[in-house]
Design a binder for this molecule. Structure first.
Ligand SMILES: [Mg+2]
Length: 322
């Protein structure tokens, strides 16, 4: 048998990452054999990225490899799970060893700090498509779900919002505000191509948070999923949204819709009962309180004076929507 693309990936990958003790049998047999410790349950998630739908055809293979895994790690983060193993199904139009090497380098860049091991996969011929399934570990019945938000819980987000959306807006609409310098664009592009999955923070908030989700489709859409599953509403103050120095250069009517409506930031949005919030805020976690869960259904935007705000933010990206 000739050296397939997958064994090429495996070969590069194993040189760039370390092996886990809980892998009884890795790549090379019909299945991998993995040890799930007693007392833990497994968090499993899969994401598919298709050229032209989820990424541009001219994206660098390194950035693509990184982001393919990072978006999956972000789902583990949203449950509070510790990353453990992943599998990869790669559909490729042609065999290009240089492309595969760069793709694997990006994959390793996301995998190594997360201590997640590649334990199986497959390559086929066809339009460029990447499917990654991740497996994480979490103490039984402790996972952060979308349905745990309660009335009075404070709503938090990590990092800054809208950065990836700004980079996408430039690409899709030829948008080029005068206030942005080249360094702003470099930063925003980096945020789009190399998002930081918050799996460490996801585990740190386990003792405090009542629900969580990662922001892949935009804050309003993703917070909306928590509200729907928890049968609650929310009020948020857009002035509290954490913005990067670059986005702060823009007028509010431009940066706030980006921060609320655009996706791809892969930050976390989570809720914390008020009695835990002060304890949580003692840690230096780069989290920001943006509002509160309410009994009244729906999501309201209200400023400090209690005045309702009407901001036109796109309601997230729905691949099957209109
Ligand atoms: Mg998610």
């Amino acid at each position: 048998m000739s050296l397939s693309e997958f064994s090429l990936i495996e070969n590069y990958f194993s040189k760039l990452t370390s092996a886990r003790q809980d892998v009884s049998l890795g790549i090379g047999d019909d299945c991998a054999l993995l040890q799930c410790p007693s007392g833990k349950e497994m968090a499993v998630s899969i994401d598919t990225l298709v050229e032209g739908v989820h990424f541009f055809a001219d994206v660098s293979p390194k950035a693509l490899g990184y982001k393919s895994l990072a978006v999956n790690l972000s789902d583990l983060a949203a449950m509070g799970a510790e990353p453990a193993w992943f599998t990869l199904a790669l559909t490729l139009p042609e065999h290009k060893p240089d492309w595969l090497r760069a793709f694997t380098e990006g994959l390793s860049l996301a995998a190594k700090p997360a201590n997640i091991q590649l334990v199986g996969g497959d390559t086929t011929r066809g339009p460029l498509t990447i499917s990654i399934q991740v497996h994480g570990l979490i103490d039984k019945r402790r996972a952060l779900r979308r349905d745990g938000a309660n009335i009075g819980d404070r709503i938090y987000v990590t990092g800054t919002l809208g950065d990836a959306g700004a980079a996408l807006k430039r690409r899709l609409e030829n948008w080029s505000p005068e206030v942005f310098e080249e360094t702003d664009w470099q930063y925003l592009q980096q945020r789009l191509e190399y998002p930081t999955p918050r799996y460490q923070l996801g585990q740190q908030i386990l003792d405090y948070a009542s629900s969580a989700i990662d922001i892949s489709d935009g804050l309003l859409a993703d917070l909306g999923h928590i509200l729907e599953r928890s049968h609650k509403g929310a009020v948020i103050n857009p002035a509290q949204l954490p913005l990067s120095a670059s986005l702060k250069k823009l007028p509010q009517e431009i940066c706030l819709p980006l921060a609320m409506g655009s996706g791809d930031d892969y930050e976390l949005c989570f809720t914390v009962p008020a009695e835990h919030a002060d304890k949580l805020e003692q840690f230096d976690l780069n989290i920001h309180c943006i509002g509160e869960i309410t009994a009244e259904k729906g999501l309201r935007l209200v400023d400090e004076t209690g005045k309702e705000m009407n901001i036109d933010a796109r309601k997230g990206y729905d691949h099957f929507g209109t």
